[in-house]
Design a protein around this ligand. Structure first.
Ligand code: ADP
Length: 396
């Protein structure tokens, strides 16, 4: 069966068409600047990439252009829409309502909309993607796969904040965690690699990209994660501050004479390694600047690795041990230096780095030595494939 995987943002739509039998990507692409002007980039497997500037006043037009591209005589990959067996939608926030993926119906749509408050930038866009697809493919089954669902197994002691309890009860203020699809995908693969698919296991997944989070996975279930009520919490990221003393928010608002919204915007978009270094949010640029003697870039990298090592340590303590650790996403898969820096903090675990193995990018590999007590792997993530698998499981 072909599964159409849709990741709809406020002005963009990323998609993949995946043959779920062979797990091959038949086509993938991106609609950008929806509601502004519109650009479609469509990459069919084995054919030339197709790029077009086309008017995309809304998401329905964007979905319709993608479906036309998929069925087009020249750059299409399927004859007609009947060759799409199901659609898998990435949904950012499922609140406490969704602990796993679900087949989409009117009740599910309503429940996702009830989580809009928790992800005001993302969930409404995800819902627009669902309604656009439903309008154009009314008889095709659709599945919602949530970024938060994997973390719904966290115990209360991990997900509650030290706030008056009624804010949790009345306003749902708690840690939710994100990147769940990736953490779940990578932890399953890690358990296969260390031969602990069933039974007791303790692993830590480091998803290090523009947005970064680390998750503790015990017996195949998320038991703690570094992102919180929103993706702003936890690690220092490309442009996000990660955890800071909340009193800084009020202090800065006063000092800079700006609103709380503006401070939060600074914490989300102007902080992290970009804000610290003044160079870039991209770790390739940071590394180059640091090697060229830029002290702030060097400090930013050190802070990133230090904070990551801190989470690994705290989650190891929380699980009373760790069998294996995996690095994934853009930085985790590709940045040799950052991996080495984080690994530099792990000798207390009886960990030893295999420098040659660590010297690779973008491929699955064990980077610990054979004697290392804790196994450490690089495992490329694949959120689209994970969504296609979940979709197939529910409607296949
Ligand atoms: P997003 O959260 O947007 O999905 P990614 O997972 O793509 O982010 O990660 C982006 C980060 O990965 C960037 O900081 C980039 O520098 C880093 N990265 C990607 N490819 C490489 C590479 N080949 N070498 C070093 N770093 C890389």
């Amino acid at each position: 069966m072909n599964v159409f995987v849709v990741n709809c943002g406020s002005s963009s739509l990323k998609y993949q068409l995946i043959n779920s039998d062979t797990e091959e990507v038949i086509a993938k692409g991106l609609c950008e600047r929806i509601g502004i002007d519109g650009k479609l980039t469509h990459s069919p497997a084995g054919k030339d990439k197709y790029e077009a500037s086309v008017s995309m006043p809304d998401h329905k037009t964007a979905v319709s252009l993608v479906l036309e591209a998929l069925t087009d005589n020249e750059h299409g990959v399927i004859k007609d829409l009947s060759e799409i067996g199901a659609v898998g939608h990435r949904i950012v926030h499922g609140g406490e309502k969704f602990a796993k993926s679900v087949v989409i119906d009117d009740n599910v749509i309503e429940a996702i909309a009830e989580c809009n408050d928790l992800a005001p930038l993302h969930n409404p866009a995800n819902l627009i993607g669902i309604s656009a697809c439903r309008a154009l493919m009314p008889d095709t089954p659709m599945v919602a796969v949530f970024d938060t669902a994997f973390h719904q197994t966290m115990p209360k002691k991990a997900y509650l904040y030290g706030l008056p309890y009624e804010y949790y009860e009345d306003h749902k203020v708690r840690k939710y965690g994100f990147h769940g699809t990736s953490h779940s995908f990578v932890s399953k693969r890690l358990l296969e690699l260390i031969g602990k698919e069933s039974g007791e296991s303790k692993v830590i997944i480091c998803h290090l990209g523009n947005g970064s989070s680390i998750t503790a996975v015990k017996d195949d279930r998320s038991v703690d994660t570094s992102m919180g009520f929103t993706p702003l919490d936890g690690l220092i990221m490309g442009t996000r501050s990660g955890s800071i003393d909340p009193a800084v928010v009020q202090y800065l608002a006063g000092k800079l004479n700006i609103s709380l919204d503006e401070v939060i915007n600074i914490l989300n978009k102007k902080s992290g390694v970009e804000g610290i270094s003044g160079v870039s949010s991209d770790f390739r640029d940071l590394e180059a600047a640091s090697e060229g003697g830029n002290e702030r870039a060097k400090t930013a990298l050190e802070m990133f690795a230090y904070r990551a090592a801190g989470y690994i340590g705290s989650f190891t303590a929380a699980m009373n041990g760790v069998d294996a650790i995996a690095f994934t996403a853009g930085i985790g898969e590709n940045n040799i230096t950052v991996r080495r820096m984080i690994c530099g903090y792990l000798s207390y675990l009886g960990f030893e780095l295999n420098e040659d193995a660590n010297n690779v990018r973008g491929q699955e590999i064990m980077i610990s030595t054979p004697d290392s007590k804790v196994k450490v792997y690089v495992i490329p993530t694949n959120e689209e494939l994970a969504i296609a698998r979940e979709t197939l499981e529910l409607v296949g």
